[in-house]
Design a protein around this ligand. Structure first.
Ligand code: GBH
Length: 461
C-alpha cells in the first residue's frame, strides 16, 4: 500500500489484541428464520421515512446463511478476536421465557467455527435489537426491562460460557437512550427527554444485574464489561459559557455512564442540570451498588470529536424552552461520508482522560472506523486509501494514548464488512470487506490488506 504507517504504531506491544467487529441486526438477515421474533428495528424500518431508501435488515449481508464463509474471511485478516452481538429476539422471541433453541444454536455454531479457526469470540449481548414485545410493555424507560435483560443474558451465558470468555453487556447505551427515546433518530423513535433519562438508568441497571449474575455463575476467570461510545468534548473558546457547554456535553454523554459504573454515583453536576430541566433519575435503594460491578474491560467506541459552545448563532445562551445552549462547533477538518470530522487527537485525549478520571479500568477499543464513498471495480475490489489513512491515524492515536499512560489493550476495526448502517440503510459503507448486495460476494478492500499487514508487523510475525 502507498499509504504510510505512522511510526507510533510500532510502539504497540506484540501482545496487543486485534479484531474486527459486527452486530447482529446489521449483518445477519434471516429475520423470520428459526423462530426469531420482531425487534424494535424491524418495526422502525417499516415505519415510512425513518430509514434511508426504506432499507431494512431482512436480508442484510445474509450472514446467518453464510457464517462459515464469513468466519474464513475473518481468519484471512489474521485477527485474533471477533466481536459480534447476539440477537435477543432470536434467543427469546418475545423478550422473556425459555430459550428458543434453534435461534441459540446459530451462535453455538458460530462460536465453534471461530474457535476452530483460532479466533477468540467476543460477545456483545445487546446491540440495539430489543424484542418488540418489551418495547410494547414500555421498553428501556421501564424498570422491568432491566430484569428481562439479565434473564436473557443468563440464557446466552449458560449456552456459550463453556467457550466464550469475553462478555460485553451493552453496546453504546447513549445511543439506545438518547437516539432511541429522545432524538428519535433510532428505534424505537420516541422523542421524550424524560423517558430517555429513565432509559439510561435502566440500561445501567440491566448491565449491573446481568454482570452480577454472570460473574457469580462463572466457574473460571472471565472478562466482563460494557461498551460506551465517547468523544472528547472541548470548549469552542476559552469563555466560561463554552467551558460550561463542554462540561454539560461531557456530563450527558460520558460521565453519566462512567461515574455510576466505576464510582457508584451519578455526577452531581449532571443531576443538578437534569433537575433544572424537571427530570429525575429513577434511582431506587441498592441500584447504585448493583450498577457498580467491577469492570474487567471497558469497551470504547470512537469515531469523532467536536467542540462545544454555550452560545447559539443568535447570541442566546438558552433555547426557547429555557434549556442552556450546547452547540456543537466543528474543528474544520476533513470529514468522512457520514459528515463526521476526522479528529484522531481527540481519540488520544479521550483515552488519556478516561485513564486519569477512572484509574484502574483497562480499556479495549471495541469500535473505530469510517464510511467513505467506496468505488468498487469490476472485480469488486475497492482501493480505499482514505479508510486506510483513517485507520492508520487512529491506531496511532491509540498508541500515543498508551505512551501517555492510558491502559488500552486491544483494537477492533468497525466493521468486518459493509452492512446495514441503521437509519442510513445500505448507503454508508464501513467495511474492511466490500459486500455486493446483489450477489452477496465479499471482496477484501485495500484497507483490509493494510490492516492484516499492520497486525503482522506489530506482532513481529
Ligand atoms: C456505532 O455507533 C454503532 O455501534 C455501530 O453499530 C454503527 O454501525 C457504527 O457506530 C457506525 O455508525 O451522530 O452526527 O452527532 C456510533 C454512534 C456515532 C453516535 C457518532 C454519535 C456523533 C456524530 N455514534 N455520533 S452525530
Amino acid at each position: 500500500s502507498t499509504v504510510g504507517l505512522d511510526p507510533a504504531i510500532d510502539t504497540l506491544p506484540a501482545s496487543f489484541r486485534w479484531g474486527v467487529a459486527t452486530s447482529a441486526y446489521q449483518i445477519e438477515g434471516a429475520h423470520e428464520e428459526d423462530g426469531r421474533g420482531p425487534s424494535i428495528w424491524d418495526t422502525y424500518c417499516r415505519t415510512p421515512g425513518m430509514v434511508h431508501n426504506g432499507d431494512n435488515g431482512d436480508v442484510a449481508c445474509d450472514h446467518y446463511h453464510r457464517m462459515p464463509e464469513d468466519v474464513a474471511l475473518i481468519g484471512s485478516l489474521g485477527v485474533d478476536t471477533y466481536r459480534f452481538s447476539v440477537a435477543w429476539p432470536r434467543v427469546q422471541p418475545g423478550g422473556k421465557g425459555p430459550v428458543n433453541a434453534p435461534g441459540m444454536a446459530f451462535y453455538d455454531r458460530l462460536v465453534d467455527e471461530l474457535l476452530a479457526k483460532g479466533i477468540d469470540p467476543w460477545v456483545t449481548l445487546y446491540h440495539w435489537d430489543l424484542p418488540q414485545e418489551l418495547e410494547d410493555a414500555g421498553g428501556w424507560p421501564v424498570r422491568d426491562t432491566a430484569y428481562r435483560f439479565a434473564d436473557y443474558s443468563m440464557l446466552v451465558f449458560d449456552a456459550l460460557s463453556d467457550r466464550v470468555r469475553n462478555w460485553t453487556t451493552l453496546n453504546e447505551p447513549w445511543c439506545s437512550a438518547m437516539l432511541g427515546y429522545y432524538e428519535g433518530r433510532q428505534a424505537p423513535g420516541r422523542q421524550d427527554f424524560g423517558a430517555a433519562i429513565h432509559a439510561v438508568h435502566h440500561l445501567l441497571l440491566g448491565h449491573g444485574l446481568a454482570t452480577q449474575r454472570m460473574r457469580e455463575a462463572a466457574g473460571e476467570p472471565m472478562e466482563f464489561g460494557i461498551t460506551l461510545n465517547m468523544s472528547h468534548a472541548s470548549p469552542a473558546t476559552d469563555s466560561a459559557a463554552d467551558h460550561d457547554a463542554a462540561r454539560r456535553a461531557d456530563g450527558l454523554s460520558r460521565r453519566i455512564y462512567l461515574d455510576p459504573l466505576v464510582r457508584g454515583e451519578y455526577p452531581a453536576d449532571v443531576v443538578a442540570d437534569l433537575s433544572a430541566r424537571g427530570v429525575e433519575i429513577p434511582v431506587e435503594p441498592g441500584d447504585l451498588e448493583i450498577i457498580k460491578q467491577p469492570i474487567d474491560v471497558l469497551g470504547v467506541n470512537y469515531y469523532s470529536s467536536s467542540k462545544f459552545s454555550g452560545v447559539d448563532e443568535a447570541g442566546n445562551t438558552e433555547d426557547a424552552d429555557g434549556v442552556p445552549v450546547c452547540r456543537e462547533v466543528r474543528y474544520g477538518r476533513p470529514v468522512t461520508a457520514m459528515d463526521w470530522e476526522i479528529v484522531p487527537e481527540g481519540f488520544t485525549n479521550l483515552l488519556v482522560q478516561i485513564g486519569e478520571d477512572y484509574p484502574g479500568v483497562p480499556m479495549v477499543i471495541t469500535e473505530n472506523g469510517a464510511a467513505f464513498d467506496d468505488e468498487a471495480d469490476e472485480s469488486g475490489f475497492v482501493r480505499d486509501d482514505d479508510r486506510t489513512a483513517y485507520l492508520d491515524s487512529h491506531i496511532a492515536a491509540v498508541a500515543k494514548a498508551r505512551t501517555a499512560g492510558a491502559d488500552v489493550r486491544g483494537y477492533f476495526a468497525w466493521s468486518l464488512m459493509d452492512n446495514f448502517e441503521w437509519s442510513y440503510g445500505y448507503d454508508k459503507r464501513f467495511g474492511l470487506v466490500h459486500v455486493d448486495y446483489d450477489t452477496q460476494v465479499r471482496t477484501l478492500k485495500s484497507s483490509a490488506l493494510w490492516y492484516r499487514d499492520t497486525i503482522r508487523r506489530v506482532r513481529g510475525s
